[in-house]
Design a protein around this ligand. Structure first.
Ligand SMILES: [Zn+2]
Ligand SMILES: [Zn+2]
Length: 139
């Protein structure tokens, strides 16, 4: 089976496609994701950057090193999260995927910053901080 995972922004100016299955799906409860998305929790689908192709307009970016978030300058939709420490990886917003129902998160990240009234009733692992390993992590 040939994997094909497509997505894009609201207005369609930016589209992307990944040729292999994602290696990662997560929720993130951190305050920075909250600001960036406006939602109580964010969710991400991670691919290796080399497996992803973009079409259409180039996404705008914003963020302080090492983090860069991309978005559509026309419709404002958030597209992806990248971290220069793991720059071979790209994490798309779950809601930017064409079939978001296909990417059930497998872990909750940054529950240390979770809003007290936002509770998800599942048995997934919960991490105090990030869930995608960075170089120099103490395990
Ligand atoms: Zn757009
Ligand atoms: Zn976050």
């Amino acid at each position: 089976m040939t994997a094909s995972h497509t997505g894009g922004c609201r207005c369609g100016a930016i589209k992307f496609e990944a040729s292999v299955d994602p290696f990662y799906t997560s929720y993130c409860h951190c305050g920075d994701c909250r600001r960036a998305t406006g939602a109580p929790v964010a969710a991400f689908v991670g691919f290796l950057a080399e497996d992803v192709t973009f079409r259409g307009r180039e996404a705008s970016t914003y963020g302080e090193y090492p983090v860069k978030r991309s978005f559509c300058a026309t419709c404002g939709a958030p597209i992806a999260y990248r971290d220069a420490r793991i720059d071979d990886q790209i994490f798309f917003m779950l809601g930017a995927m064409d079939r978001p129902e296909s990417y059930a998160p497998t872990v909750h990240g940054y529950v240390s910053e979770q809003l007290p009234f936002f509770q998800v009733d599942d048995a997934l692992p919960r991490m105090e901080r990030h869930t995608a390993p960075r170089p120099g992590d103490v395990s």
